[in-house]
Design a protein around this ligand. Structure first.
Ligand code: GLY
Length: 405
């Protein structure tokens, strides 16, 4: 009887996090080599759709995530084969500065060269970080107080998206490495302006804010990838959480810490039972759904969801939230710290389940399934995303490091 009860207990006990982490990193190692074998050196793995791997260009916004994923696998395992691939896939981006670039040069270079420099101290990587930051700084407008996100179009001259909070880490990293304090001032100005203009009273954020570049006046707030203009696109919320937590780490300014806590307080109650958010917290089918007639909602001709369908989840938003919450927990104590860690662990466990974690050789070599890129174009829906893999491994590493401190 006692033996039987012990067996039941053993079967139902949760997998220890260190074991789960090892299992996921072993899988990530195998999967990352599948991608390396499949993809030409000048191609970037973006997603896997309709049975085919979708690759991207070196100057695409996600080009730093696969090299960054390799750096994290190397950091965890010390594996020399992965180190070689990480260097090769990072250095494939050497030509980036000569190409048409954009605000996401922050993601591209910080995730690849940034991690590479942190782990190898290669001076060429340092030079790349500093040069890329100079390019990003060229997009700063002192009247608006922000770096420009997308380039101007016919209608809008200066657009800033919440995602751009993530690119500030490159400016801050380069400021530290080069001693150029003006880069840090730009990052702070961008964060302060975003804090003022991008957020609603409940600490959810708009996706896009349009500015007048001559006066700095806000002209419009709306969405590009969220369900509608007034909804809370879950990846956008995750970029904000992570970005303001990172700003506190880099500056010690408690305004950023308090804001990150407010964003966390918004996000956590919105998460479903298993912790992986729907693609938008107000998408049809969610607890706080807005109607399909809401301003800025996807056009009927692209919208493929109908009542009764599962609401698409976004594993990438989940991974970014987990990673952000783990870092945020290190700046807090008591119940707040507990809540952030408990939520992050729940997310990481769900992502390690069969539902989300690909089997070896499946999913075109990506680690996670069920991301959501853009439902307005019905692109990358219920699909793997290279940034989901990157931030998931980062979250696991951050969690593992907590226990070493
Ligand atoms: N930065 C673009 C996205 O999150 O989809």
């Amino acid at each position: 009887m006692i033996v039987a009860s012990l067996m039941v207990l053993a079967c139902t006990a949760a997998e220890p996090m260190d074991k789960l982490t090892r299992r996921v990193f072993d899988r990530a190692r195998a999967q990352s080599l599948v991608i390396d074998r499949r993809l030409a050196p000048d191609k970037v793995p973006v997603t896997f759709e309709n049975g085919e791997i979708k690759d991207g260009k070196l100057n695409g916004w996600t080009s730093g995530f696969y090299p960054g994923t390799l750096w994290y696998i190397y950091e965890y395992s010390g594996d020399s084969q992965i180190l070689e691939v990480a260097k090769r896939r990072t250095e494939a981006l050497d030509s980036l500065l000569g190409m048409k670039t954009h605000h996401d040069i922050g993601f591209q270079v910080n995730c690849s060269y940034g991690n590479g420099y942190r782990l190898t101290a290669n001076p060429a990587y340092r030079d790349m970080i500093v040069a890329a930051a100079a390019k990003l700084a060229g997009r700063f407008n002192p009247v608006v107080g922000c770096t420009m996100s997308w380039n101007p179009n016919e209608k809008w001259k200066f657009r800033v998206i919440i995602d751009n909070m993530m690119n500030l880490e490159l400016l801050l990293n380069a400021a530290r490495l080069s001693g150029n304090d003006s880069l840090k001032q730009m990052a702070c100005s961008h964060a302060n302006t975003t804090l003022k203009n991008h957020f609603r009273p409940d600490a959810s954020s708009y996706h896009v804010v349009e500015y007048d570049p001559e006066t700095g006046k806000v002209l419009k707030r709306h969405t590009h990838q969220g369900f509608c203009d007034e909804s809370a696109w879950s990846r956008g919320q995750s970029w904000g959480l992570y970005g303001f937590t990172m700003m506190f780490r880099e500056t010690g300014d408690s305004t950023y810490l308090n804001h990150a806590k407010r964003i966390a307080a918004y996000i956590i109650p919105m998460l479903p039972e298993d912790g992986v958010p729907e693609w938008d917290f107000n998408a049809p089918g969610t607890k706080r759904a807005f109607g399909l007639d809401a301003k800025g909602a996807p056009k009927p001709e692209v919208w493929k969801w109908k009542e009764g369908d599962k609401v698409p989840r976004d594993a990438s938003a989940a991974a970014v939230i987990a990673s952000g919450l783990i870092e945020l927990s290190t700046y807090c104590e008591g119940p707040e710290r507990e809540l952030y860690r408990k939520t992050a662990v729940k997310i990481m466990r769900t992502l390690a389940s069969k539902e989300y974690l690909a089997e070896e050789g499946e999913n075109a070599g990506f680690l996670l399934k069920h991301g959501a890129f853009n439902l307005h174009k019905w692109s990358g829906v219920d699909a793997p995303l290279n940034y989901a893999d990157y931030y998931y491994l980062e979250a696991l590493l951050r969690y593992a490091q907590l226990n070493k401190k």
